[in-house]
Design a binder for this molecule. Structure first.
Ligand code: FES
Length: 150
């Protein structure tokens, strides 16, 4: 005599497996939605390290010219000697965008009050370090900036 229960699972076991599979299938869309929320989408723009960003006449003698580099603001300005400087417009405190303050000819972060000089030095407020500087190359009238690594 053979034991049939050893060869075939019981009705209860089959029903449990079907219910667990059905429940798992129900959870897949919710899991997909959670993963879409947690994992950021791929960048739509190509990340580049060097770009022709402006032309010399675009940069005012006083004040700044704001441009975008890898989707972030970059501030172009001229030194007293006429040299072009390029610094990030992203505050080094918590990442807000700084604004040009024409009255004091400096950069101000409205989030927590940090103040920077036009060449990016942090002079007051909670910002822990200067604004990120970019390498500037000038060929004729063209201004190219690139990330300074290291
Ligand atoms: S983010 Fe700029 S001062 Fe806080």
């Amino acid at each position: 005599m053979t034991d049939e229960s050893a060869q075939f699972p019981s009705r209860r076991t089959v029903l449990q497996k079907v219910l667990i599979s059905w429940f798992a299938l129900l959870l897949l869309p919710a899991l997909y939605a959670v993963l879409q929320y947690v994992i950021p989408p791929k960048l739509r723009e190509r990340i580049i390290e060097s770009i022709l960003i402006a032309r010399m006449p675009d940069v005012p003698a006083t004040g700044i010219k704001m441009v975008k580099f890898n989707r972030k603001p970059v501030l172009l300005s001229r030194t007293a000697e006429g040299q072009i400087k390029a610094i990030s417009g992203v505050c080094t405190h918590l990442g807000c965008i700084v604004e040009y303050n024409p009255g004091q000819n400096n950069l101000h972060c409205n989030c927590h009050g940090s103040v920077f000089t036009l060449d990016g030095k942090n002079v007051s407020g909670p910002a822990p370090r200067p604004l990120e500087a970019f390498r500037v190359e000038i060929k004729g009238e063209d201004i190219t900036i690139s990330i300074i690594k290291g």
